[in-house]
Write a protein that binds this ligand. Structure first.
Ligand code: FCB
Length: 442
C-alpha cells in the first residue's frame, strides 16, 4: 500500500499546503461577481468539455468555512488561493464590488483563525471579460489596470497575506491561451502568442512595483515548468528540444532573473515582439523574494514539419500516464529545480506551488481509494527530500488540489482533489489521499 510516511522526513519549518484558484472553485454566479473571460470562452461550443463552466464550480463562496476546515483538519499549515479580479472589480477597474471584497476579507480572517498561512495569487487566469474587446493581455493598458487592481489588494489585505504571487503560470496565460488556443481567450495566432509572452511579464513587473511601494517583502511569481527531453538523438531534434525548453521554461527564467530573452526563441519571435520590449526587461528582472514552481509532467519533443512555426510537437514516451494523459516523471521535478537553483539564484527560496494528478476517482462503499495519487505524492516528495539533502532552499510544497474542481477546458471531467466533490449535490468527501496527509501531518 502506498503511504505518505515520507512527510516525517521533512524539517519542522517546511510548509505543507494545498492550492486552489478562484475561478476553479468559487462559483462565478455567486456574490455579484463580474464576468471573467472564462465565462465567455466556456459559452462557445466546443471550447470546454460538455459545455461546462465555472458558474457554480464547487460553490466555495457559500461553503468556504467548511473547505477551510478540511485544510486545517488534514494538518496543512498553508493555503494557496487566488483573488478573482472580476469579483472585486466587475468592470475591471473603477468601482469595487463590496460583496466581492468582503468575501476575501472573511476568507483571510477564517484562514488566520485556523492558523493557516495565506499564500495568495493576484492572477490565476480570471481576466475581466470587459477587457477582451480592448485586446486583453495584448494591450499594454491591461498591465496598468492590473497594477491598479494590485494596489487595491495591497491596501486592503497586505498586512494579512503571508505571501503574494503576481501571476500564476505565465506560459499558460500567453502561449497556451493565445497560440495553442486551448485556454481562454482561445486565440491561435503567432502574433498574439508572442505579444502576450512579453506582456504578461510586463504585468508581473508592474504588479511587483506596486507591491514594493507598499514595503511588502514576500512576493514572487509562480512558473510552470515542463521537463523536456528529445524524442531521438538526431541533431534537428536536439535543436527543437532546446527551443521547447526555452519557450516553456527559460523564456521566463532568463527574463526574470537575467533581464534577457533566450536567443533561439528571440530569433524566431523577434518580428512579432512589441516595440521597445528591451526597455521593459529592466523592470521585469527586479528582485523577487521567492519563486514558485508548478510541476506535473515531462514532454518528449519530436520534429513535426506540419507545425510550420515551431517545427516540433510534444509526445508521450512509455511512462505511466494520469487521467490527463500526462506522463508521471517525478525526477523531472528535481532536475528542473536543481537546474533553476544552479543557474539563477543560489539563495532565492523555492516553493513547489503545485503538484498533483488527475485520476478517475469513484466512490466505493463510501470511500475514494485514490492509491495512485498517494503514490504520486510520495514519489514527488522523495525528490523534494533529495533537493533538501543538497541544501537547495526548498521551503514548501503545495498539493494541487484541495477539491475536485473546474479543470479549465476539461470542465469537471478531471479530478485533481484530495477531497472528492459530488457535482450533483456539491458534497465534499475526503479521499484516502486526504486521510493519508492527515495521518502524517498531524
Ligand atoms: C495548472 C494550473 C491549475 C490546474 C493544474 C492542473 O496548470 O495552474 O489551475 O489546472 O494545472
Amino acid at each position: 500500500m502506498p503511504d505518505l510516511k515520507i512527510i516525517k522526513e521533512f524539517p519542522d519549518n517546511f510548509t505543507f499546503g494545498v492550492a486552489t484558484s478562484s475561478y476553479q472553485i468559487e462559483g462565478n454566479s455567486f456574490g455579484n461577481s463580474g464576468l471573467s473571460h472564462w465565462d465567455h470562452f466556456s459559452k462557445i461550443k466546443g471550447n470546454v468539455y460538455n459545455n461546462e463552466s465555472g458558474k457554480i464550480a464547487c460553490a466555495h463562496l457559500p461553503n468556504y468555512k467548511e473547505d477551510i476546515k478540511l485544510i486545517a483538519e488534514a494538518g496543512f499549515s498553508a493555503y494557496r488561493f487566488s483573488f478573482s479580479w472580476p469579483r472585486i472589480l466587475p468592470d475591471g477597474k473603477g468601482s469595487i464590488n463590496k460583496e466581492g471584497i468582503s468575501f476575501y476579507d472573511r476568507l483571510i480572517d477564517e484562514l488566520l483563525e485556523n492558523n493557516l498561512k495565506t499564500f495568495s495569487t493576484l492572477y490565476h487566469w480570471d481576466l475581466p471579460e470587459i477587457f477582451m474587446s480592448k485586446g486583453g493581455w495584448k494591450n499594454r493598458d491591461t498591465t496598468k489596470w492590473f497594477a491598479d487592481f494590485t494596489d487595491i489588494i495591497m491596501r486592503k489585505f497586505s498586512d494579512r497575506l503571508n505571501s503574494i504571487a503576481t501571476i500564476n503560470e505565465p506560459w499558460c496565460v500567453s502561449w497556451l491561451s493565445h497560440y495553442l488556443g486551448e485556454h481562454a481567450p482561445g486565440e491561435r495566432s503567432i502574433e498574439s502568442g508572442v505579444k502576450t509572452m512579453h506582456m504578461i511579464l510586463v504585468a508581473h513587473a508592474e504588479a511587483m512595483q506596486v507591491i514594493r511601494s507598499h514595503n511588502y517583502n514576500n512576493a514572487g511569481i509562480v512558473l510552470n515548468k515542463q521537463f523536456v527531453q528529445p524524442f531521438d538523438d538526431i541533431p534537428e531534434t536536439l535543436k527543437v528540444t532546446n527551443l521547447a525548453d526555452e519557450i516553456h521554461n527559460l523564456w521566463f527564467d532568463e527574463a526574470i532573473f537575467n533581464g534577457v530573452y533566450p536567443s533561439q526563441t528571440l530569433d524566431l519571435f523577434s518580428q512579432y515582439m512589441p516595440n521597445n520590449y528591451e526597455k521593459d526587461l529592466v523592470k521585469i528582472s527586479q528582485p523577487l523574494d521567492w519563486v514558485g514552481i508548478n510541476y506535473y509532467t515531462r514532454s518528449l519533443i519530436k520534429i513535426d514539419p506540419t507545425e510550420s512555426f515551431l517545427g516540433y510537437k510534444s509526445v508521450n514516451g512509455d511512462l505511466d500516464v494520469t487521467d490527463m494523459g500526462w506522463e508521471v516523471f517525478p525526477k523531472g521535478l528535481r532536475f528542473l529545480i536543481e537546474r533553476f537553483h544552479n543557474k539563477y539564484s543560489k539563495k532565492i527560496p523555492i516553493y513547489v506551488t503545485e503538484n498533483g494528478m488527475a485520476s478517475n476517482d469513484v466512490i466505493q462503499d463510501g470511500k475514494i481509494k485514490d492509491f495512485k495519487r498517494i503514490k504520486f505524492y510520495s514519489d514527488h516528495l522523495i525528490e523534494c527530500i533529495k533537493l533538501l539533502e543538497k541544501d537547495i532552499p526548498l521551503k514548501g510544497y503545495f498539493a494541487w488540489s484541495l477539491l475536485d474542481n473546474f479543470e479549465w477546458a476539461y470542465g469537471y471531467s478531471k479530478r485533481f482533489g484530495i477531497v472528492y466533490v459530488d457535482f450533483n449535490n456539491l458534497k465534499r468527501i475526503p479521499k484516502l489521499s486526504w486521510k493519508e496527509f492527515r495521518k502524517h501531518l498531524k
